[in-house]
Structures are given as structure tokens and as C-alpha cells.
Design a protein around this ligand. Structure first.
Ligand code: HPA
Length: 270
């Protein structure tokens, strides 16, 4: 693993003049941020040795270097989901490469189903903790001590200082946000009513199919994480409204300008 990461890192370093400390995974809700990145240098995943390539039709797969909110950033446009059939260990590669490229802070977004009764479709939730229900972990297998410890601490998966700063930024922009626990499931099925109830009872406010593998890999490597969800559908205790991928996309698109405004504001202050 280590040798592959080093090889990939070297390849990318040879293609860019940037040395960003902030990495962004442009998940649902942050896709539009790509248009705001200035002086872009783009590398296609398919040209990067050892990099996974997205299986989802119409999904971009590109690394984008540039500046955003006055900061150098490295953005991943196109992410990998466990439900696509990748090994968890493969999902780790881009995050580890980010670490070796010098990224210290990871910003991630996603779409999630809301279970907290205070949530409405279109709301934004800052993730303050997570529950991994994927029955898998990207760190399974031999550990590379040069990347991180065998048994990494998970006491602060989402950096408290960044979270406090993001709350300040959102308040300053008059954008209401929630804060809560994100449960990660494999998908690709959405939850049954009993599953939504179960996930709520064990302490989650929202549920989705991404983010947690990346955050685990990032924390293992000592990177700070900030993550936010756009609530695209609701799975309540009493009522579960049928959900489709189209509705998820529509709800996410509506909230995207607010999410991007928060992230741009945050970057300026990091
Ligand atoms: N469940 C799981 N993943 C999701 C959901 C959901 O309700 N909404 C968006 N991603």
C-alpha cells in the first residue's frame, strides 16, 4: 500500500505547482463549488496510477488544484462509494494520497436522510460524530505504521475547532444549520421504516451511504475533518415518505448555494 501511495503522490506532484493543505471531497451539495475554484489544474483519475475510477455513469473523476476563498485547495470531483462494489481499502487510496501531498484538513459533503424530527428537507447538518453501520472498515487488513496507528483514536472524528468556526460562519451568513450524528450504511437500498427507527434510536440524526470510510482513513492519517450533510429526505419514527434518487438530487441542488457559501466562508478563515 505505502509504495503505491508514494508512487501516486510523486506522479501528482510532478503535475502541479500547488501545495495545498486543504482537501475537499465535492460530494452532493458541493458539486457547484468546482466553478469557484480559480486557476485550476486538472488531473483525470483515469490518468493517475493506482487511482480508482468511478463506475457511475456521468460522474466526473477529476482532481482539481486551484485556489478558493484565497486558499490553495485540492478538490476531488467524483467520489467512490462502497455500494459501487469497491473494496474499502481502495476507497482509502485518494485520502492517503491527499495526506502524502500535504493535506492537513479534509472537508466532505454528502446527501443524507434526516431522522431527527426537527429536520426538514433541504436543511443542512454539520456532522459532529458518526456511527459506522457499514459492517466494514477501510483500515481492516495489515496496518502501515508509517501512515497511522493500528488502533486509531476516534474520540474527535470531526474537529471541534473547525466545527465551531463553521457555525460562526453560517450564523454570520444567516444560514440556519443543525448539528448532529451521521450514521453510515452501505446502501444502495434506502432504509425500511424499521431501519430508520432503529438508526434513530441508536442515536443518529441522519443516515447516508458515504463519508465515514473517508473520515476514518483521514483520522488514521492524522488529518482534521469537517463534514456536512444536506438533508434530502426524511425517515421519521412514525412516517417514512417514499424516497427516490431524483428527489435526493433535487433537494440537494436547492441547498447547494448555501452549502457552498458556508464552505467558501470557512476556507477564508482556516
Ligand atoms: N438513506 C441513506 N442514504 C441516503 C438517504 C437516506 O434516506 N438520503 C440520501 N442518502
Amino acid at each position: 500500500m505505502l509504495q503505491k501511495i508514494q508512487e501516486t503522490t510523486k506522479f501528482i506532484q510532478g503535475k502541479t505547482k500547488y501545495s495545498p493543505k486543504i482537501g475537499i471531497i465535492l460530494g452532493t451539495g458541493l458539486g457547484g463549488l468546482v466553478n469557484d475554484i480559480e486557476n485550476q489544474e486538472v488531473i483525470e483519475y483515469k490518468d493517475i496510477p493506482n487511482f480508482p475510477v468511478s463506475t457511475v455513469k456521468g460522474h466526473h473523476g477529476r482532481l482539481i488544484f486551484g485556489t478558493l476563498g484565497g486558499k490553495e485547495v485540492l478538490a476531488m470531483q467524483g467520489r467512490f462509494h462502497f455500494y459501487e462494489g469497491y473494496e474499502m481499502q481502495l476507497l482509502a487510496i485518494p485520502i492517503r494520497v491527499m495526506k502524502f501531498l500535504g493535506i492537513e484538513q479534509l472537508i466532505v459533503s454528502n446527501a443524507a436522510g434526516g431522522m431527527n424530527p426537527d429536520f426538514k428537507v433541504g436543511d443542512i447538518m454539520f456532522i459532529n460524530d458518526h456511527i459506522n453501520l457499514m459492517s466494514n472498515n477501510p483500515l481492516m487488513g495489515p496496518n502501515d505504521d508509517e501512515i497511522g496507528p493500528r488502533f486509531p483514536d476516534m474520540g474527535e472524528p470531526y474537529d471541534h475547532t473547525t466545527l465551531a468556526l463553521a457555525k460562526e460562519i453560517a450564523a454570520g451568513l444567516n444560514i440556519p444549520v443543525h448539528e448532529g450524528v451521521y450514521a453510515a450504511v452501505t446502501g444502495p437500498t434506502f432504509e425500511t421504516p424499521a431501519e430508520y427507527r432503529f438508526i434513530r434510536i441508536i442515536g443518529a440524526d441522519a443516515v447516508g451511504m458515504s463519508t465515514v470510510p473517508e473520515v476514518i482513513v483521514a483520522r488514521h492519517a492524522g488529518m482534521k475533518c469537517f463534514a456536512l450533510s444536506v438533508i434530502t429526505d426524511l425517515g421519521g419514527m412514525d412516517e417514512v415518505v417514499p424516497v427516490s434518487h431524483e428527489e435526493v438530487i433535487e433537494a440537494a441542488n436547492k441547498s447547494e448555494p448555501l452549502m457552498t457559501a458556508i464552505i467558501k466562508g470557512l476556507l477564508a478563515k482556516l
